[in-house]
Design a protein around this ligand. Structure first.
Ligand code: AKG
Length: 255
């Protein structure tokens, strides 16, 4: 049975986001947090070797967006391809699903850990694609003080299609919304998952607490997403569900 109950599905369809509480176990959370700490250590080493403190939207010691961590740490494959995730994906996307993206998002205490309003479809460079699904998996309790995400529900947004974003030097990120609406904060326990569409506008506050705020960002699509300019696939593209059946059996972990 899918964790996406009829109530959660209704909320997702009507608002563009919803919360699925208490999905991950304590041992899963502990294991993934350990991996995330390694990912930050790796990233810091890489930045130091390059002699830089910024890389795209990553700001050393403040906020990290570390792409495709499952390629280096196959322990994360279980988080990506388990039966709960399959159920969530089937309920929202249907019988054909690919892993589109995964990244660690980690924020430390710093004003610049704020992350500006955007749609996920505003990133990635491919304008023309079916909405995909983001599963924002909290590895720590998330709340306003540690920089949770704020969502703009469908009935309060200027547009539910893809919006053109611009790069802001102030926020060191893309920006897709500059209205007055503060959005609705997502407050949930570690192990819960916020699900939202790639057209749902969201931003996240600064972490003002001493502890890191760690989230495993995973995204799934119902089609492979190709870049127009070179016809290359964007994102990961691993098949996850085919004709309603789970097809990914932790293949990378076996290599
Ligand atoms: O986790 C966050 O603070 C924001 C992440 C986010 O919005 C994204 O990666 O699109």
């Amino acid at each position: 049975m899918s964790l996406v109950t009829p109530e959660i599905k209704k909320e997702f369809d009507e608002r563009g986001f919803a919360v699925i509480p208490d999905v991950l176990s304590t041992s899963e959370l502990e294991a993934y947090r350990r991996v995330f700490d390694c990912c930050v250590r790796d990233k810091d080493r890489e930045l130091d070797e390059r002699g830089v403190s910024e890389d795209g939207i990553t700001l050393k010691g403040k906020r990290y967006f570390i792409h495709f961590p499952h390629r280096k740490y196959p322990e994360l494959e279980h988080a990506l391809f388990n039966e709960n995730m399959a159920g969530i994906c089937r309920s929202i996307l249907g019988d054909q699903v690919y892993l589109y993206w995964d990244q660690c998002v980690i924020k430390y205490k710093d004003e610049e850990s704020y992350f500006a309003w955007h749609q996920d479809s505003g990133y990635g460079g491919v304008k023309d694609h079916a909405r995909y699904l983001t599963c924002w998996i909290a590895l720590d309790d998330v709340h306003e003080a540690n920089g949770t995400v704020y969502m703009l529900p469908w009935d309060r947004v200027p547009c539910t299609g893809r919006i053109e974003h611009y790069r802001s030097e102030k926020y060191k990120a893309l920006v897709g919304y500059e209205g007055d609406d503060p959005g609705d904060p997502v407050i949930m326990k570690a192990g819960s998952i916020a699900i939202f569409t790639s057209h749902t506008l969201h931003h996240s506050g600064a972490n003002t607490c001493n502890e890191p705020r760690r989230v495993y960002y995973t995204a799934y699509s119902k089609e492979l997403i190709y870049r127009k300019e070179d016809n290359q696939m964007n994102g990961v593209g691993t098949p996850f569900i085919k004709n309603g059946k789970r097809v990914t059996e932790l293949t990378l972990a076996k290599q």
